[in-house]
Write a protein that binds this ligand. Sequence first.
Ligand code: GRE
Ligand code: ZN
Length: 261
Amino acid sequence: TQTSWGYSKENGPDRWHESYPIAKGNNQSPVAILTKDVYKDPILLPWFTSYDPGAAKNILNNGRTVRVAFDDTFDRSVLRGGPLQGIYRLRQLHIHWGSTDDRGSEHVVDLTRHAGEIHIVHWSTKYSNYGDALKKPDGVAVLAILLQVGKTLKPEMKRIVEEIDAIKTKGKEAPFPNFDPSILFPQNRSYFTYQGSFTTPPCEECVTWIIMKEPIIVSADQMAKLRSLSSKTADELHCPLVDNWRPLQPLNNRMIRSPCQ
Ligand code: GRE
Ligand code: ZN
């Protein structure tokens, strides 16, 4: 029987293109960012969010990540500005992380791979729904936040980590009411931006990436909780859900930009 995609040897990133040929496209993510090569673009603006905590719906372990879903049936929680034209509606957030602190992030900045990366996913309301937006080069905008392990004063990840016991195994879902993802933002809103793709199959090339320069700090305990999730269902043997990150993809002809301010 056909095994579906994942992160192991048999079904991992090196094989995704067999079922999803765009995974070998010219605009794939993630990429290495070298600050010395980043174009300081005077036309780039600050970005803004307006999130309604009431839009948060539930939290799910899908066996590949932990994902929080938001109500996107109207302009309730939105992202605008930065490199974007128009309004982008909040759809979901999810996390990529490693088995150890020296890996887990997808984007690499100046040769540093962080312990994890949060993706806050939005879609352009110039398209009629999320599915349509995925087919357009400017359909999706992702705010990416890098995770660094350390001593934390501001426990941004607390709400998500608290819910992990309720979604230990693949397929488990729990209500996740009243959550504002802007608590996850670092203090400094400065960013890198480039055009890329989903980092999971089918790896559609529809993403404007907005990557925060400043990481947020998560505690070793919080990372341990993430790593205690299982990528298998409750009736299967426990298998830690870790290393759900895609390796670096070629930058090709793309430019990475950052604002001047
Ligand atoms: C993912 O599944 O990892 C993902 C999305 C949407 C945008 C970027 C991304 O679902 O990495
Ligand atoms: Zn992602």
